[in-house]
Ligand binder design. Structure first.
Ligand code: ADP
Length: 246
């Protein structure tokens, strides 16, 4: 992406953490912003932080795991902003400290629904619009757990490995088009995802949300501000892969 000024960016999961920081830093560069999150209050907090940058901001309460809602979101964004240049599928949830043997299918489906299907829907809903531009960027958020699997995080690792595979295949498909594709692998980032971690359905036996928080916080090395900066640098350079933290 040569210039950011007057471009339009879509960011999901912008109610907190890296998504919020991406919205702030892109708005600072003169990018118009469409932000989505399942948490309405948090979303509006992010929107309030963008007022000072005098760009157009639209807010969209959205569950990215709902296919039709994602397509309606894409329609709303295009109606409001007339086009889109950057799409960042960033919304995500975590589930850890649960063994496969104990894991409820509904927990597994929840993680895949948000982390994998949310990315696939967001990609497919916006891709036709990105392809209309002379330069555009699609960014999908995986995780370091999309590069290396760890015990007791099978659902999360499955979703993040899948996002990586999906995004890398897509990059090859789009290599002759104006759409640059990037997969992001954040490591331990100091954000709320630890607190958003849902106790497993069988939680009384093997999952303890406090444990999950500790698990993520022990690894939390990079601030969301730095993570967002690195992702935007990746967009500027059309980098295929951005790895953040360790
Ligand atoms: P990180 O920034 O490390 O990815 P956060 O938990 O701070 O972690 O951010 C993830 C964001 O994704 C949160 O704002 C959360 O509300 C949002 N989110 C979680 N599930 C969904 C969903 N189903 N649809 C849209 N946004 C979601």
């Amino acid at each position: 992406m040569k210039t950011f000024q007057q471009k339009v960016a879509v960011i999901t999961g912008a109610g907190s953490g890296i998504g919020r920081e991406l919205a702030i830093q892109l708005a600072q560069k003169g990018v118009h912003i469409a932000i989505a999150d399942i948490q309405e209050e948090q979303l509006h907090e992010t929107a309030n932080l963008l007022v000072q940058y005098h760009v157009t901001v639209s807010t969209h309460v959205l569950d990215v795991s709902q296919r039709e809602a994602v397509y309606r979101f894409a329609d709303d964004v295009i109606a409001r902003h007339k086009g889109v240049h950057i799409v960042i599928n960033n919304a995500g949830v975590a589930l850890s400290n649960v063994q496969v043997n104990q894991m409820a299918y509904e927990d597994f489906e929840w993680v895949l629904g948000v982390n994998l299907w949310g990315v696939v829907y967001g990609t497919k809903a916006f891709l036709p619009h990105l392809l209309k531009q002379s330069e555009a960027n699609l960014v999908n958020t995986s995780s370091l757990y999309g590069l290396t699997a760890v015990a007791k995080a099978a659902a999360y690792c499955t979703s993040k490995f899948a996002v990586r595979g999906f995004t890398e295949a897509l990059r090859q498909e789009l290599c002759q088009t104006p759409v640059a594709v990037t997969v992001v692998h954040p490591g331990g980032i100091r954000t709320c995802i630890a607190r958003n971690t849902r106790p497993a359905t069988n939680g009384d036996i093997i999952s303890n949300p406090e444990h999950a928080v500790q698990h993520f916080e022990q690894q939390a090395q990079t601030s969301a501000v730095d993570a967002a900066r690195l992702i935007i640098e990746g967009i500027r350079r059309n980098t295929p892969r951005v790895i953040i933290g360790k």
